[in-house]
Design a protein around this ligand. Structure first.
Ligand SMILES: [Zn+2]
Length: 145
């Protein structure tokens, strides 16, 4: 990976599957199996679909997809504002990723299945931390960044 010149000024990633390119622009990292074509979030040494042990290549994941399923979370760690919508998203490249849906008020009567969403990166200080971290959230695809 290319070194970012002003890396000290950029918030570190809160998860290993969030990286920055040479310009400091964040992206989600994944692995693609050259045997079966399946795409996974993060790094992998063995394909969980076809069990290939070679031909697993790092890829930049898609940043749009649709909600596969969700849950409204009413109780979380101290300092985490609730309720919020926890989602699993099918990215357009086939990877499945967990995240939090923002830009939508949690509504127990609503159906979020198949809602088109996009990734948005933010720098925030998690509860209990003393510095900013790079995180990502999902927003409805039709909402402006
Ligand atoms: Zn495979």
């Amino acid at each position: 990976m290319a070194e970012v010149e002003n890396a000290e000024a950029l918030a570190p990633s809160i998860a290993s599957h969030i990286s920055r390119d040479g310009d400091g622009k964040p992206y989600l990292t994944g692995t693609k199996c050259s045997s079966c074509g399946h795409v996974f979030v993060g790094g992998r040494e063995v394909c969980a679909k076809c069990y290939a042990r070679s031909g697993l290549e790092p890829v930049r994941l898609a940043e749009t997809g649709t909600i596969y399923t969700w849950s409204i979370i009413y109780r979380s760690f101290p300092g985490i504002e609730t309720p919020f919508i926890d989602v699993i998203v099918d990215l357009e490249d086939g990877a499945h990723i967990k995240g939090i849906l923002k830009g939508v008020e949690p509504d127990p009567e609503a159906q979020y299945f198949d809602m088109p969403v996009r990734v948005q990166y933010e720098e925030m200080v998690p509860p209990g931390a003393d510095e900013e971290y790079l995180v990502y959230y999902f927003y409805p695809a039709d909402q402006e960044a």
